[in-house]
Design a protein around this ligand. Sequence first.
Ligand code: ZN
Ligand code: ZN
Length: 419
Amino acid sequence: TSVTDDDIISRFQQYLKINTAHPNPKYYEAADFILSEAKALSLESQSIEFVKGKPLVILKWPGKDTTLQSILLNSHTDVVPVEDHKWVLPPFEARVENGNVYARGSQDMKCVGLQYLEAIRKLKDSGFRPLRDVYLSFVPDEEIGGHDGAEKFANSEVFERMNVGIVLDEGLPSTNEKYRVFYAERSPWWLVIKSTGAPGHGAKLYDNTAMENLFKSIESIRRFRGAQFDLVKAGLTAEGEVVSVNMVALKAGTPSPTGFVMNLQPSEAEAAFDIRVPPTADQASLERRIAEEWAPTSRNMTFEFKQKVSAYDKFGQPILTATDQSNHWWSLLEDAIAKANGKLEKPEIFPASTDARYFRDRGLPAIGFSPMANTPILLHDHNEFLNKDEYLRGIEIYESIIKVYASFGDTKDSTRDEL
Ligand SMILES: [Zn+2]
Ligand SMILES: [Zn+2]
């Protein structure tokens, strides 16, 4: 069978046209599409609903030696919502302009999911047969925390039986010709702080109002944010190695039909922050800072975490995948990318969060990688796009990676089985 670039791009477009944005992702349409692609490629497939209405599709390309650890190529099928009217081209039509495919999910991360499949198609056409089992997982709900998707999957018996040795998951584009690659990620701490204070006349100056109490916290948080950001701006610390704090919501004031009651100081106020904590950070000291400076009871403040993922494993060690000789999957990835004439940046800590953490939590190596070079970073942004040629180039990169990974036959890597 001969595969044309047009066929490849049109399959990418088909996947992008399925609206899997929260809060009502069309998960069954996405699953059906993946399953029909799998069928065309003669891959084994199953769709599992760990949670009703949220299918997780697993595909398998069986290897010659099923006793070896397998390779898992993971991607999420959901995407973040869009503000339709702020896009130049409609976000779920995958139109092409100047060689760029515009769609929500074109970078995050429907590209990767289909590039895995296209790479397998090419390898199959070339007659290649894997030594190890190659698995693909298409998981729901990454963008809302992954609890009903990758988290359940990584802790399931199905996963256990897959005997996975290495996981590949998403990364970020780079604006130059080198690909970025990620060996760890920052942990999300979603914090809501609340203040209370005596209500009173809008004209009266008095201490301990809810607004004043909250603003003292906001000032302190902003000083911390500024100091962290300065390290990045000065080029001293990588983006993924500082703690980021961004205020994402503010709620206060007494509503009135025309807006707010203007002459009443409210008795409550709250603010929400998206905090990301690198595995290299001192978690305990950040916790103390939150309790003592950002939401102290002495200032009538309380706090609550909407999400708080530890950056450390159960032994208190930072969760990261080795990027040295101790991890042969890392060396193989370097080789594979070099073989395909690709260049790699120094490995980084992913500044946001991905499903890779659920696999790393299980003690598995997981590498974040989305082969997009020369591409502006538009994840979660308006007018997200990926250039056609970059997409096609990424398929070649995955061909090389899958080939190198799936033919690797070192017997030393079966330690997990021996335990
Ligand atoms: Zn993503
Ligand atoms: Zn995302």
